[in-house]
Design a protein. Structure first.
Length: 67
């Protein structure tokens, strides 16, 4: 008997790369912006640090007269 289905796709081997996990949408999106996650964390830490420093400067200058 014949192996496989009766109407076997002759192009199946040539189209198999499209189903490979490397070419999935998740993998493609992850590789588009390789350092985006680290950049978001670093920028968030900078914003927190800047806000803390601004609030501490505002509290220290309240008692001093302005020139």
């Amino acid at each position: 008997m014949a192996e496989g289905p009766l109407f076997r796709d002759p192009w199946a081997k040539r189209e198999a790369w499209r189903k490979h996990p490397v070419f999935s949408n998740r993998a493609m999106f992850k590789n588009i912006f390789p350092g985006f996650g680290i950049a978001v964390v670093a920028f968030s830490a900078y914003l927190v640090w800047d806000n803390v420093m601004q609030s501490s400067k505002a509290h220290t200058h309240e008692d001093k007269p302005h020139h």
